[in-house]
Design a protein around this ligand. Structure first.
Ligand SMILES: O=C(O)CCC(=O)C(=O)O
Length: 274
């Protein structure tokens, strides 16, 4: 099985950036301390408590032609994390993430933005997710595409092979469109709680199956995209103007309340509270 490069959080960020460039995925350990993990768990708890485990997003979106057979069940999925969790906002502006996005996304835009956010808590019985690329929504660009997206998974619990640790195919960010990953090319992100897994928008990946008896894998997903692309998550609905007005400027700008050259003008910008 191929391996995913791993660095401690005190290593220079350039180590992770070089590894991402080469392998398309990297783990940095020791990024989120226990108190921050407890805080985010507390903040998201009310939403996870009411999240519907049995119904997968396929069923939710089936009527309006959304993705089908893409989101396995036995998983709690919550979105709009910028509105729901103050601790998550500190993830969004974490220097590790900004350094990585500066390195990869600033090549193709003036400013990048938050693309999508999610709490992904995978329960026993969840099946393996189909391998996919974050950039698959941008089909008008041919694979391998220019860098458009950087994605990350923040381990709130330990990630293991048994509990659904993310599957990734190192090197696949450079593959041609017709190359299919074989089983022996898939690596599993096993990482202790507090680690951050990052991968390129072109890297094949998907959630692992949870074959444990009672170990829920708790991850928080955060991705960024070029500032001139349509965001995957509708940030203007999920972080509406009244919430945006309460955010620090750096977070509000990353949500998308900022013009990218001529794009995004409005006659009603949010009041700048801070
Ligand atoms: O949960 C994971 O490990 C990956 C999730 C993912 O890629 C997705 O939901 O699209």
């Amino acid at each position: 099985m191929p391996s995913i490069p791993v660095f401690p959080s005190k290593a220079p960020y350039t180590d992770a950036i070089h590894a991402l460039e080469h392998a398309g995925c990297v783990v940095v350990t020791g990024v989120v301390d226990e108190s921050a993990r407890q805080r985010i768990s507390r903040e998201l708890q009310p939403y996870l408590e009411t999240a519907d485990v049995a119904q997968s997003l396929n069923e939710k979106y089936a009527q309006d032609g959304g993705p089908s057979d893409f989101y396995p069940g036995h998983t709690k999925r919550i979105t709009a994390l910028i509105a729901k969790s103050e601790t998550f906002r500190s993830f969004v502006t974490h220097p590790l993430m900004l350094s990585v996005c500066d390195a990869f996304l600033k090549r193709n835009c003036i400013a990048y933005q938050v693309h999508a956010t999610a709490g992904l808590v995978i329960g026993p019985g969840a099946t393996v997710q189909v391998l996919h690329r974050e950039e698959d929504a941008f089909q008008f660009f041919k694979v391998p595409r220019p860098n458009m997206v950087v994605a990350s998974m923040w381990a709130i619990s330990d990630f293991t092979e048994l509990n659904g640790g993310t599957h990734l195919v190192p090197g696949s960010h450079r593959w041609p469109a017709d190359r299919i990953a074989r089983d022996h090319e898939v690596a599993i992100a096993e990482m202790p709680a507090g680690s951050v897994l990052m991968w390129m928008g072109g890297t094949l990946h998907g959630a692992g199956a949870n074959r444990s008896a009672d170990d829920w894998r708790y991850g928080v997903f955060l991705s960024y995209s070029l500032g001139w692309l349509r965001q995957e998550e509708n940030q203007y609905l999920d972080v509406p103007r009244d919430v945006a007005s309460t955010l620090p400027k750096e977070v509000r700008d990353l949500v998308g309340y900022k013009m990218h050259m001529a794009l995004g003008y409005t006659d009603a910008p949010p009041k700048h509270a801070k």
